[in-house]
Ligand binder design. Sequence first.
Ligand code: F3S
Length: 370
Amino acid sequence: MEILVALGDIFGAERLIPIRSVQIAGVSFKNIGEAGLEWISEMEGKVAVKSVLNPAGMDLLRWKEMGISEEFASRQLAVVEAYRKLGISTDCTCTPYNIHPDMARRGDHLAWSESSAVAYANSVIGARTNREGGPSALAAALIGKTPYYGYHLDENRAPTLGVNVECDLAGSDYGALGHIVGKVVGGGVPQFHLAGRPTQEELKALGAAMAASGSVALFYVEGSGPEPFAETLAKDAKEWMAVDRREIDELYAANPGDDSDLVALGCPHCSRHELEGLARLLDGQSVERELWICTARRIAQDCPDLVDRIERSGAKVICDTCMVVSPASERYRKIMVNSGKALNYIPGLCGVKAAFGSTEECIRVATGRN
Ligand code: F3S
């Protein structure tokens, strides 16, 4: 309660409001270390609302196959156990909305941490959440409330920058677009005028990339999204920028992946629909380089046939973790991704070069086809 009240005082919140759910970052032992584990272990009580975890530093079952050390694994399992004792679901994923749709509905107030999940919750689901830190999310989970400020308030949800995109986009192009726009809009609220209608997965990729290259927590796409655009039109963005095909193609060209020694997909974690697409691309193929496909354990458990089809190629379906938060990535030289977010974070957080390509291009590199 002291953490929540202090946060509320800093940001001028007049009160705490009830929340529907919490998503807690600060799970990978790589990021929180011994001090974080100690802090979580000292907490007592049970969470007041449904709460889930962000990805951990390893697949909680297949960590040996990832080359994770016994020492790291024991500390990571202790972190997850400390959270479990507080009543927190040990689903470790950045896409909790794919496995627990009841966690966030339009108009709900939430306290979520992971930046891509925050952008998705605000922009695609139409719920309301600030980008919580690990400690404030855990505090909100135990109390069941969060301070009423920031993106919980109407006045902070108006678009600040319009983005006009006349070219057709598909798949990872949305990650590229997010990478470009996030750098310009920073912590603002972009409003997109697009030529086509993005899928839910494309919106996920767009928000994730903007949350990484900028700190975007909310965006609008005209003609889609839960808050009908007409509701915000009165506050239409005053400044506009344009992004064209040339800029998107330049991002691919600047980050070629043929010399990658790991191809890692699933940032944010793959949905079932994305696993279906990957299974189709990998049918009858065999990989020549390490290929990871990251997803939530429940998604993998729900579609064992797809996992089997994918893994027959030699690819690994990795659960509970990702290429950015696992120390297993650090032993590679160059990681190829189809995600604008991973492209942005891998060099700084893993100390490894990153390459960027479409999903099809990533599979081509992994399978060594010409
Ligand atoms: Fe999720 Fe890891 Fe990307 S937490 S959004 S897969 S960096």
